[in-house]
Design a protein around this ligand. Sequence first.
Ligand SMILES: [Ca+2]
Ligand SMILES: [Ca+2]
Length: 473
Amino acid sequence: MRQPADWPSLNRRLAPLPASVQRGITVAARSVDPLSKILMRSRSSRYTSHLVATAVLVWITLLLATSAFASTRYVDNSGTPPCVDTQAYGTETQPWCTISYAIRNLNGGDDLFVKHGTYNEGLYINGPAGTSTKDTIIRTYPGHSVIIRGTGNSGRVRITATSYVTFDGFEITNFNQGIFVDGASSHVTVRNCTVHDVGQEGIHVKENSSFVKIEGCTIFNTQKLGGCCNGEGIYVGTSSSGPLDNTNNVTLANNVIHDTTDEGIELKPGTHHCVADGNTLYNIVMPQYSASAAGVIEVNERDLSPQTWSGNPSHLITNNVVYNSTTAIRLGTGSTAYNNVIYSPLAGRFGIYVNNNNSDSFTRFIYHNTIHMTADAVVVAGGTLADVRNNIGPTTSTSNLAFTGTYFVDASAHNYHLVPGVAAVNAGENLLSIVATDKDGVSRAVGGAADIGAYELGASPPAAPTNLRITRQ
Ligand SMILES: [Ca+2]
Ligand SMILES: [Ca+2]
C-alpha cells in the first residue's frame, strides 16, 4: 500500500548513507560512532570492511524497522487551514479533505487523525494493514467530534480483508448499516464509536473474521430509514443463507446498546469463542419473537445449515446489565453466563432462557448472576444442559437464592451490591476456577468463600467518609 508520495521523505532520511559510503570505509566507520572504537582497534582492514558493512546493514535495518514507514497524517475539512486531496498534503498544516482519500494514501502502521466536522462519505477500509506491534490507526483528533454521514438507506463503513487496524471515535449515521468488519479480517478494533439511525444492523462482524474487538461503542435506533430486514445492535456471523461463516474470537466489551429492533447482541450459528462482556443493554423490545425465541443477548444454536462449527462454541456472556427489555439472555448452545445483572423485564419475558434447537451436547453454565424478577421466569431451562449455580433469582438448586430485596444496598434503585449479614454472603459453591472475580472485577474469595449473585461483599470501594473536620494542633 506504500505510495510514491512517501518515498521523498524516506529518501531524505537515507540520503547521507550513500555519501558516507562513497567517502570510504574509514569515514563510514567514524560516522557509525558507537562502533568506531572497536573498528579502530582492528588491524585487519578486510575485517574492518566486513564489520563496517555489517554495521551499515544493521543501521539500515534498524532505521527501516523503527521509523521509516509509520507517520502521522491528518484530515480536516473545516477549511482552516485549506485542505487538498493530493499526495503532497496530509500534514496538520496542509491536511487532506476526505477520509477516503487518506485511507488510500496511508502506509501500514500510520496514525490518521480526523478533525472536527461532518464527512459525507462511506468508507471502504481494506488496509493498509498494520502489524502485531503497531496497528494502522484511523481515529478522531482528541476532543473533536467527527460525524460520518451517509446518504440514506445505503452504504456503510466497511473494514474488509485486512488486519491490525484500529478505527476509533467516530459517529456514524444515515447508512444502511453502520459498520461492517468482514472479508476474513483479523485483529481489527472498533472503539468509542457511536452508531445510530441506520437502515439495518448497527455493527456486523462476519465472513470468517477473527480476533475482532468492538469496545466502548454506543448503538441505538436501528432499522430506521425504511430499512427492511435486520435491526441488531451488534450482529456476529451470517444467517442461514450462507456461505459458511466461522467468525470467531470476537470480543464485544463495554458497549451501550439500546432501542434496537432486533437483538442487542446476536451470535449466529457457526461462530465460536466470542465474548460479550461489560455491555449495558436496555429498551430492546422485540414483539416479533416469543419469550423463548430470542434474547437481548442471543446465542443461537451451534448449527443451522449451512452454518456449522465442529466443537463447543464456548461463548462467554459476562458482566452485562440488561433491563427494560424482553428476554435478557438466550443460551442456544455451549456458553457460560456469569456476573450478569438483569432487571425490569417486560411482562411475560424471561431472565435467562436455555434451549437446544440443535440437540447439541454442550452445557450452558449459568453462574453468579443477579436477576430481579419473579421466580418462575428467572431462568427457564429446556432440557438438562443447564448448570445453574450461585445465582440470586432462580431456586433450582441449593446454591441459588430466590430474589429478596433486603439482600441489597438499594434494590429499588438497582444497586445490587450486597449488605453484610444476608444469606447470600459466603454461601456460594467454589466456582473460582471459572468465576474468579465479581462484576466489579474484584476477587471472589473475600471472606473465605464466594458470595451468591453478581457482586462480592467487600469488593466495593469503601464509602467516602463524612463529617470530616480540620483541627489545629
Ligand atoms: Ca436477529
Ligand atoms: Ca465472600
